[in-house]
Design a protein around this ligand. Structure first.
Ligand SMILES: [Fe+2]
Length: 333
């Protein structure tokens, strides 16, 4: 399965297609290669009980090629054209474009391409589908307006799985490297409580040979950031989100954190469809697997568990904004 929720046929209000784009052509624009190295959650210090509820034990990969030279050139053009739609993503990162797949047909068709999805399934070690929320497809990060701040604070993602791809050539930049912490979220949180950040000797900054290269990431589990630039320069990265096709494992998204960040016109409908897809899959497993059982409470628990993601979405939508965005840097503390 390469689709969880089909990409919406209709565009949300306020989104227009870019003109003069080439059509996406997988044969010409993709150049898929496998990473030479892949880390698992155990390598980062996670315990078996935490790993067992996740769809995959995959943590993070070495860089691998996604786009051909021609594909990387189109991606850069698209990234530059979409820059005008940038907005802040809460307090964590200054300039992002979300919902770019509702503006660029090329970006949309890249992000939902079945060959690319199958390639990522192989790297993640589990069958995946493009994230049911199109806002999580083709997410673009841009350099901040000042070189005094990190491109993105140390954080883990609001979604389970993704790849982070260089849109600009990192060799043209001084600083601005993508970094991940060789440790768990718990360790990063403990460091943050002490007012510290991941130490350099436990930080990995993979070398990307060029634009169109990416790393695959268990974004919900691996703490990472875009480091600050030493000199001003154009830095664009693209993040494409995925979910495990099997709905039986943890959902691993913090969609509530997108309230106040994403366009409400888009967010709530996508969130509802995402939750409905999760609920549908988990309810189907009740139909398929539930054996005869006289224990009413146990059966009720199973049924409740099947709709937990739906109930949570309902509760969080009704409650509105709750909490602050999760990251591991509290400059005022
Ligand atoms: Fe991230």
């Amino acid at each position: 399965m390469t689709t969880a929720v089909p990409f919406p046929v209709q565009q949300p209000i306020g989104f227009e297609w870019l003109g003069d784009e080439p059509p996406f052509d997988a044969d010409r624009h993709l150049q898929l290669e496998h990473p030479v190295e892949r880390f698992v959650l155990q390598d980062l210090g996670y315990e078996a009980d935490e790993i067992s509820t996740k769809a995959t034990d995959f943590a993070v990969s070495a860089p691998f090629r996604v786009l051909s030279d021609e594909g990387a050139a189109v991606m850069l053009q698209v990234g530059r054209k979409l820059r005008e739609f940038h907005r802040p993503a809460g307090e964590r990162i200054e300039q992002v474009v979300r919902g770019g797949c509702y503006r660029s047909r090329w970006l949309r068709d890249l992000c939902i391409d079945p060959t690319l999805t199958a390639h990522l399934s192989a790297i993640f070690g589990v069958a995946v589908a493009p994230h049911p929320m199109a806002l999580h497809l083709g997410h673009l990060n841009y350099e901040p307006s000042s070189i005094d701040v990190a491109v993105d604070k140390w954080h883990h993602d609001t979604l389970p799985l993704d790849f982070v791809m260089m849109v600009t050539d990192p060799a043209q930049l001084s600083g601005g490297q993508f970094e991940w912490f060789h440790g768990s979220r718990h360790e990063a949180a403990e460091l943050a409580r002490r007012g510290e950040r991941p130490p350099a000797d436990r930080t990995v900054a993979p070398v990307f040979p060029g634009a169109g290269w990416a790393i695959a990431l268990h974004g919900d589990m691996v703490v990472h950031r875009g480091a600050g630039l030493n000199e001003p320069g154009e830095r664009i990265t693209m993040v494409n989100g995925y979910v495990a096709a099997d709905t039986s494992s943890d959902e691993q998204s913090r969609t509530v954190d997108l309230i106040g960040v994403d366009d409400p016109e888009v967010l709530y409908t996508e969130w509802a469809k995402f939750s409905a897809w999760r609920g549908a899959g988990r309810l189907q497993s009740v139909i398929d697997d539930l054996g005869f059982n006289a224990d009413a409470l146990a059966v009720a628990d199973r049924l409740e568990d099947a709709i937990a993601d739906v109930q949570q979405a309902i509760d969080q939508m009704r409650a509105g904004r709750s909490g602050r965005q999760m990251h591991y840097e509290h400059d005022n503390e």
